[in-house]
Design a protein around this ligand. Structure first.
Ligand SMILES: C=C(O[C@@H]1C=C(C(=O)O)C=C[C@H]1O)C(=O)O
Length: 120
């Protein structure tokens, strides 16, 4: 498939083609409306993930479990790398992104544990 064909197909999915012909900048605006929706979904998904990992951090602090679980991280990273490859996303990027998120979660868990040990 040429770039032109794939470009046209993406536009068809996002926007009525006749509107794009009439106003060239409408295509960019349509792409950006779609990006806005994806970014909003990402933020909601991340907020839900952090809500769950907060509960995990509290559970770990109560049961005196360590904040990080490298075996679980390794499994999760391998699983998401495979999913990324299957869906056309760079697996290196998916690993870096997950590593970034997991490191933040571990900091939260450490803070929850410290707060618990100070009796807060
Ligand atoms: C959420 C957990 O705590 C940490 C964070 C993880 C994550 O964000 O995926 C995975 C493993 C742990 O290092 C967990 O143990 O499940």
């Amino acid at each position: 498939m040429t770039d032109d064909t794939s470009d046209r197909r993406s536009a068809e999915v996002i926007e009525d083609e006749s509107m794009v012909r009439d106003e060239p900048s409408a295509r960019l605006a349509a792409y950006r409306r779609s990006i806005d929706n994806f970014d909003a979904a990402l933020i909601h998904i991340l907020a839900e993930r952090f809500r769950t990992t907060k509960a995990v951090g509290e559970y770990k602090a109560t049961h005196e479990l360590p904040p990080a679980d490298p075996a679980r991280e390794e499994k999760q990273i391998a699983r998401l790398r495979a999913l990324a490859s299957e869906s056309g996303l760079d697996p290196e990027f998916s690993e870096k992104f997950l590593r970034f998120v997991i490191d933040e979660v571990i900091h939260h868990h450490e803070r929850i544990r410290e707060a618990g040990s100070r009796g807060q």
